[in-house]
Design a protein around this ligand. Structure first.
Ligand code: DQA
Length: 150
């Protein structure tokens, strides 16, 4: 896959329950289905997927991505960690790979605690509220960003 742009799609807390979890908010498709559609939509890219419920594993994956030398950008839905994980924020700040924060739901139109992200400040940008298409937009944003880099 050396000739294709490699990106990591990273998912955190409770996203393994997509499809079953509050479908009126998050939709009825599973994380596997969403990932499959992304792979099909971006056949020109080398998309890599990782999910963990654990903050520590997510941190290690961010470091792995950097150390691999292969991953050029990360689309990250941290779930509720978004709102309070200073450890994830520090890990994003510690790597040089651009990270796009994504959310299926519009976090600004929900409970007040969801309006605050401790990650946004160290991310390239934030996409929120477009259902699974948020991931799609995240990939497009990274493609565009990376194509402008020398
Ligand atoms: C979420 C929004 C978060 O507030 C929530 O805790 C999630 C999912 C989203 O994709 O809309 O788990 O990140």
């Amino acid at each position: 896959m050396a000739d294709k742009l490699s990106l990591l799609i990273l998912n955190g807390a409770n996203l393994s329950r997509l499809g079953k979890r509050e479908p009126h908010i998050y939709g009825s498709r599973t994380l596997r289905e969403i990932s499959q559609t992304l792979t099909e939509s971006f056949a020109d890219l080398d998309l890599n997927f990782f999910h963990s419920e654990s903050e520590g594993e997510l941190i290690l994956k961010l470091y792995d991505a950097e150390d691999s030398g292969m991953i050029r950008g990360i689309v990250f839905n941290a779930g509720a960690y978004t709102h309070y994980s200073l450890a994830l924020r520090d890990a994003i700040a510690a790597i040089s790979i651009p990270v796009v924060e994504v959310h299926l739901s519009n976090v600004f139109a929900r409970e007040p605690f969801r309006r605050n992200s401790v990650l946004s400040e160290v991310c390239l940008g934030v996409i929120s509220g477009f259902g699974e298409y948020s991931y799609h937009l995240g990939v497009l944003a990274l493609k565009s960003h990376l194509s402008q880099k020398p």
